[in-house]
Design a protein around this ligand. Structure first.
Ligand code: A2P
Length: 273
């Protein structure tokens, strides 16, 4: 979740103890003309659960903060904070955010929240994380958390983008995990990344909704069809994608969960702000 299209909320003035803190940009990496990631300093008091989102942004010319909901892409144990963002040329925030350089300041809200957390799901055998575009961000956090592998025998991340080069972030990140000192050994054969494109030719093409409906996803992975007895799912992408994948989960007999009432699948709620 990281789009100018997502619902933002005006934060209290900077002087307020509840207002955003100013964090320093540590690194910036551009993947395509539409996508980039950056890392920020993390205040010692900033606590979150892997998979949550937080408001981040910049000061406007009038000095007021302009904030949007962003999934935290780094895991809860990381000393830094990572974000994965789209660049919208005329987007109020991302038109400026895409120009940040190491040393610059970015505003960070104080109250991370969200439903894409392991505790919002009941125990199961296989965890699916369905993502499109920058919706991969919360899963970049979850695949780096040992808890994910302690709770599930199998972890399947799907990432669908328009073009092949929009898959670089997810592919390099997942690839790097086998050498990760913390989760490297746990990941083993447990974690599978299933990537598809919809607009540029690629080995595997198609919307994830189509691939669930026609069963190709399960066939390709060599797993049985969705079953509420064994399967759990998290969904993050555009609002339409979330609704469409949610409908398929319900059709398969899975029940939607929340922090208050954990169940069999959860959806990103950052749009609700
Ligand atoms: P498509 O190219 O067919 O629109 P975006 O960059 O617009 O956020 O899209 C990211 C990916 O999500 C694209 O591959 C897009 O496919 C796919 N997508 C868009 N809407 C849906 C939806 N309602 N259900 C499933 N996939 C979708």
């Amino acid at each position: 979740m990281s789009a100018d299209a997502s619902a933002g909320q005006a934060a209290p003035a900077k002087a307020s103890p509840n207002g955003p803190t100013e964090e320093t940009v540590l690194s910036v990496e551009h993947y395509t003309d539409r996508l980039f990631r950056f890392r920020l300093t993390r205040p010692q008091s900033f606590r979150f659960r892997t998979g949550e989102f937080v408001m981040i942004g910049l000061h406007k010319e009038d000095g007021k903060p302009l904030l949007r909901a962003y999934s935290i892409a780094s895991p809860a144990w990381d000393e830094e904070l990572e974000f994965y963002s789209i660049k919208v040329p005329d987007g109020p925030l991302t038109s400026r955010l895409q120009k940040i350089q190491p040393g610059d300041k970015v505003l960070l809200g104080r109250k991370p929240t969200g439903t894409l957390v392991l505790d919002a799901l009941t125990p199961g055998k296989r965890l699916y994380m369905f993502s499109t575009g920058t919706g991969f961000a919360p899963f970049a956090s979850l695949v780096r958390d040992p808890d994910t592998y302690e709770r599930y025998e199998e972890v399947i991340v799907t990432h669908t983008c328009r073009d092949v080069n929009e898959l670089i972030y997810s592919r390099t990140l997942i690839d790097s995990l086998k050498d990760d000192p913390l989760v490297g050994e746990m990941v083993g054969d447990k974690l599978k990344l299933y990537t598809t494109t919809t607009r540029e030719h690629y080995g595997r093409m198609g919307r994830i909704t189509t691939l669930i409906e026609n069963g190709k996803l399960f066939e390709d992975l060599g797993v049985p069809p969705l079953d509420p007895a064994t399967d759990r799912a998290m969904i993050c992408g555009s609002m339409e994608m979330i609704q469409d994948v949610k409908a398929l989960m319900l059709k398969a007999g899975l029940t939607e969960g929340s922090n208050a009432a954990p169940a069999e699948f959860v959806i990103e709620k950052a749009f609700a702000g």
